[in-house]
Design a protein around this ligand. Structure first.
Ligand code: SDX
Length: 440
């Protein structure tokens, strides 16, 4: 990174150049200025560390701060563009598969046939879970434990089965853990669901594709010949693809931060999964269905919209820190809904969702704030129609996002990133002496 900014110039008052591809920071207390080149849309923050030691730029939600340089995913929020390693999400959703996209995210290039075959084999033959987890670990949860709480715990527990995972700087061992996490997370997810409904676990079937195997582990009941409907398996695969990665979102940032301490990838992925759980992030897909069920009919939409505009609640599935246009993933999901409903029957809530979107997109409150449907607005309608219970929706998001989290974890290690340790602006009390109890 320092090489990219080697032309940093610290100048005295009034001697700063007129370069347009740079910014100049001036400390008015000293008249000193620093001119920093703009490179790839960013400027190196360390430039003003030398100019103004001890002065921190406060940005609590990372609203205007880049925490990393990354080559994995590119978002153009103003135009609603999403590309994985340069490939548009629309093309990948239409032409690729989730395992091929996972390979692309991790390796930077689409695989040739031999690479894809090897990758698919490695994933397919690592879907099993140690029997100690299958038979004892899940039994420890309360009968109504939320599957996301079980998934966070199970992913962390995997670190105890693979102590070699601590060797995070060994590329060969890194590959093994990346492989294990991508192959085992559907098994852990399905086990969380089966445990929550008191059903026996279904072993992985290595003869099935990744999405079909997941649907089998989820929904197979006493039918060794169970085969997932190919339309639903395809829809599952597309849904995994569109959740694959999304640059420095909250859970990916958690993955990078935990990984920056050189913790093993299972512990980092557990942290990322925990971050995803929140309703502001991955938990929104579940919250959207609760919202649509609460609205219940067209007649209730105007009053609901008014309650949102009054600030009493959020229109879940709308708004995004980066997208100030329609989330391209929401459009892909919306277009896929009809295909799924032909098999499952139409989810009646989609009529309310479509009407809600139509009204919101015409309303000044939402337009003035650039609030559009995001990835979570329609996904839950498809999940629900496919038979997934609401508390499994964010678990599905986690399966799709696992390759993205691991790609960023790997990239951060390969970049030799330092431990994440932000500074703060202290606003607490000044130094003071201890007060004994008798004087309080
Ligand atoms: C995901 O980052 C990612 O990439 C995430 C994700 C991924 O793939 O990883 O895309 C997945 O998390 C999608 C987002 C899912 N969450 C939701 O749908 C929950 C509802 N959305 C909001 O909570 C909100 O939009 C956020 C959290 C998504 C974004 O919040 P920001 O960027 O901090 O924006 P903000 O809260 O500052 O909002 C700006 C204004 C505010 O109004 P004013 O104070 O200016 O009057 O817009 C309003 C907000 O009140 N606003 C909303 C709203 N979202 C923002 N008003 C009503 N309904 C909403 N959904």
């Amino acid at each position: 990174m320092a090489d990219m900014y080697s032309t940093i110039v610290v100048k005295g008052p009034q001697t700063v150049s007129e370069s347009t591809e740079s910014v100049t920071i001036t400390d008015n207390r000293t008249g000193q200025s620093v001119e920093v080149p703009i490179v790839d849309g960013g400027v190196d923050a360390s430039a003003w560390r030398d100019l103004m030691p001890g002065l921190w730029f406060l940005d609590p939600g990372f609203g205007v701060t880049a925490s990393a340089s990354s080559a994995i995913t590119e978002l153009d929020g103003a135009n609603g563009v999403l590309r994985y390693r340069g490939y548009p999400i629309e093309q990948l959703a239409e032409k690729s598969t989730f395992l091929e996209v996972a390979y692309l995210l991790l390796n930077g290039e689409l695989p040739n046939q031999q690479e894809l075959d090897t990758w698919t084999h490695d994933i397919t033959y690592h879907t099993f879970i140690h029997e100690n987890m299958r038979k004892r670990f899940y039994e420890g949860f309360h009968y109504d434990a939320h599957p996301m709480g079980m998934l966070v715990s199970a992913i962390a527990a995997l670190s105890t089965f693979y102590p070699e995972a601590k060797e995070v700087n060994d590329p060969h061992l890194r590959y093994k853990q990346i492989n294990r996490l991508i192959s085992k997370v559907p098994t852990l997810a399905a086990m969380a669901y089966r445990a929550s409904i008191g059903m026996p676990f279904v072993y992985p079937d290595n003869s099935m594709t990744y999405p079909a195997n997941f649907l089998s582990m989820m929904f197979q009941v006493a039918d060794p010949n169970f085969q997932a409907d190919p339309v639903l398996a395809k829809a599952m695969d597309v849904l995994f693809i569109i959740h694959g990665d999304h640059e420095q979102n909250c859970s990916t940032t958690a993955m990078r931060v935990v990984g920056s301490s050189l913790a093993d990838p299972y512990s980092a992925a557990a942290g990322a999964t925990a971050a995803l759980y929140g309703p502001r992030h991955g938990g929104a897909n579940e919250a959207v269905i609760h919202m649509l069920e609460e609205i219940g009919s067209y007649d209730n939409i105007p009053a609901f919209i008014e309650s949102v505009k009054a600030g009493d609640r959020k229109l879940m599935g709308f708004g995004h820190r980066v997208y100030k246009a329609y989330d391209p993933r929401a459009r892909i999901v919306k277009n896929h809904a009809d295909e799924v409903f032909k098999v499952t029957g139409k989810n009646p809530l989609i009529d309310i969702a479509l009407k809600l979107e139509e009204i919101a997109l015409e309303d000044e409150y939402f337009k003035s704030r650039n609030l559009y449907p995001n990835v979570d607005f329609y996904t839950g309608l498809i999940y629900q129609a496919m038979g997934f219970p609401l508390d499994m929706f964010t678990v599905l998001f986690a399966i799709g996002r696992m390759p993205g989290w691991l790609s960023h974890w790997q990239e951060s290690l390969e970049q030799g990133s330092k431990i994440s340790r932000p500074r703060q602006v202290y606003v607490g009390p000044a130094a003071r002496d201890y007060v004994s109890m008798s004087e309080r």
